[in-house]
Design a binder for this molecule. Structure first.
Ligand code: HEM
Length: 412
């Protein structure tokens, strides 16, 4: 990025110890892995055929925001908001301030355009991914009824759902991922500020510690149950799988070309109950071994599970009938796969001193049917005793943004 203008070089901080050192230390504490050996792009291109933040190497931190348009917002407001968000996102993801005026602009009657807390920080691989919820296409709102992709259904109720409105739904979403949480939070904060009067935040989710990989050169991280998560994912170098299971080309809506659908589920994990379960049983519930992530049918982490292997000790299938991996596996679900890109969250304790913690599950799919099928299959999942789905949202994620265009310009 030689000669590139950035918040950091603008402050003359090149070579200073601050940001990079702090980020590196925190990331190392979250996931001890071989990331140092993997390419660490610090600036991810904003423009392209697909939006960034989907097949992009999974960054360490997430700040996700769901927005509702304000009750008085018009179609023109939506159009101008998406244009303004695009301009700002194109700058922020390149490590710049939100506008040329920046954090030190403004004047006697105008605060600075940029809130300033990311001054001196690199882009930290920030990606900003935009999506549109079903309610955006409702009748008598923005005249977008005929633009709703047929795949964009409202998710049905599932067994064990305990959904709360305050963690669910939304007209619009922005997924901000970065290797420094401050950079992700700064981006959402400034995009919310730009939306003032046109859209407002409905709910947000801070996630630390990725729970998946999009490439085998990144080691598989662990979720809060201590198991490797993301072993059997759709990987960014597998164009055939991406074409079949992630990119929504061929949707009835041309504006979805290069796009995808995003399912977000806030899943509370009953950590204290799980921690009282014997290791053997934990492994039987997941269907994989805890230390290495290998399937209980044998082999190593990336060996395909063999559901026919019988275990004399377990007096039945080595990978039990009600194990998570067996029920989520493509073999059981008409081949369906999904690109999982979730994050851990910890939000303090409840009145009993138990952790409010879990998995913010994010999956990108060519059609939400893939998620619906797997989630229905998971009704039998032994894991259900230890988790609760408390939030749910679904979004159509339009294709990538070309230079000079705005996100979702194909809607108008
Ligand atoms: C696999 C944990 C929720 C879909 C796995 C694995 C673990 C895991 C440890 C094995 C490693 C891997 O292949 O990634 C969890 C936990 C959950 C959760 C702790 C909730 C807190 C979900 C949900 C879905 C899902 C809601 C989708 C509806 C999958 C799929 C696989 C998988 C598709 C790969 C199965 C395969 O191909 O072998 N999960 N999961 N998971 N999970 Fe989950």
């Amino acid at each position: 990025t030689g000669g590139r203008w950035s918040r950091r070089s603008a402050l003359g901080l090149i070579g200073a110890a601050g940001a990079v050192g702090v980020t590196g230390g925190f990331a190392a504490g979250v996931a001890r892995d071989d990331d140092a050996a993997a390419p660490q792009e610090s600036v991810v291109p904003f423009h392209g055929r697909h939006q960034a933040g989907i097949t992009t190497r999974v960054q360490q931190h997430l700040y996700f925001a769901s927005f509702d348009m304000t009750s008085t917002a018009t179609r023109e407001d939506l159009k101008s908001l998406l244009a303004d968000w695009t301009d700002a996102a194109a700058r922020l993801t390149q490590g710049r301030e939100v506008s040329p005026e920046g954090a030190t602009g403004g004047g006697p009657y105008k605060p600075p355009d940029d809130t300033g807390e990311a001054l001196g920080l690199e882009a930290n691989a920030l990606t900003l991914t935009f999506g549109f919820g079903p309610t955006l296409f409702a009748a008598n709102r923005f005249g977008l009824e005929s633009k709703r992709p047929k795949e964009l259904v409202d998710l049905p109720s599932f067994a064990f759902d305990l959904l709360e409105d305050r963690f669910s739904g939304g007209d619009l979403c922005i997924q901000a991922c970065a290797d420094d949480p401050q950079v992700a939070v700064h981006a959402i904060r400034n995009l919310s500020r730009i939306a003032f009067g046109r859209a407002q935040v409905r709910w947000t989710q801070l996630g630390y510690g990725r729970t998946s990989t999009t490439s085998k050169s990144q080691s598989t991280p662990r979720n809060l149950f201590g198991f490797k998560d993301g072993t059997a994912n759709v990987f960014s170098n597998d164009d055939a799988d991406l074409g079949r299971w992630v990119w929504a080309d061929g949707s009835d809506q041309a504006w979805m070309n290069g796009g995808t659908f995003l399912v977000a589920r806030k899943i509370q994990m009953l950590i204290e109950s799980w921690d009282r379960v014997r290791l053997e049983e934990q492994e039987a519930i997941v269907g994989r071994d805890k230390a290495r992530g290998a399937p209980l049918s044998g082999g190593s982490e990336f060996t395909e599970p063999d559901f026919d292997v019988v275990s004399t000790a377990a007096r039945g299938p080595a990978i039990p009938a009600d194990s998570h991996v067996r029920l989520a596996h493509p073999e059981r679900n008409g081949g369906a796969r999904m690109l999982r890109r979730g994050y851990n969250f910890v939000e303090g304790n409840n009145d009993l001193g138990q952790l409010n913690a879990g998995l913010f599950f994010l999956a990108f799919v060519r059609s939400p049917e893939q998620f619906i099928g797997v989630q229905r299959s998971l009704a039998q999942d032994a894991l259900n005793e230890y988790i609760r789905h408390i939030g749910s949202a679904i979004f159509a994620v339009p294709g990538g943004i070309r230079t000079g265009e705005s996100v979702g310009s194909g809607l108008f």
